[in-house]
Design a protein around this ligand. Sequence first.
Ligand code: E4P
Length: 218
Amino acid sequence: MKFFLDTANLDELKKGAAWGIVDGVTTNPTLIAREGREIEEQIRLICDIVNGDISAEVVSTKAPEMIKEGRELSKIHKNVVVKCPLTREGIMATSALSREGIRVNVTLCFSPSQALIAAKAGAYIISPFVGRIDDISWHGMDVVRNIVQIYRNYGFKTKVLAASLRSPTHVVESALAGADIATMPFKVLDELFNHPLTDKGQEQFLRDWAKVFQEARG
Ligand code: E4P
């Protein structure tokens, strides 16, 4: 399973990259706007930090403009994956860009029927939003599970990226569901490390070591 960071923040990306466990980055207009730079510049800076798929989202709403924007975004760096929304216009743009060999991450997916459409349009990635589905009292992870099953049934190559993840449990459940990729905020990646027995065990090892070797020397 690949781990992507769901952030456009350079400090967070540098910290995550230093652990050597970050395979890519997802951004969206909200995350880019938060950093205060033009999208081209911010994506270029991100590509310098993480060597992997970097998703950059179009903001046009009509297919011809989305296609134009997608082509421009894809020129920023070879690792850029263009993100298109799961609207009728977005799917039209996805089909066109995919035919040109531009990789598209179809975003704002909330159902298996939408995921089927994205796969048929040639999407490279489908992004079901787990947390936002949970927010409306539905089961986000069931959507991921069903998409994985449907893609397996028909041999669709589109990768399933579990998005809108809010906790370490979401990440583990995505892995159990068979998602190809989990994208998560830096905070969630950091929380994946935590276990009280690791801390307790480490303290004990160092205490025992110090008792024999440091006291003997001192
Ligand atoms: C990633 O591709 C999505 O844009 C992101 O995971 C959405 O997360 P949110 O629901 O926490 O905003």
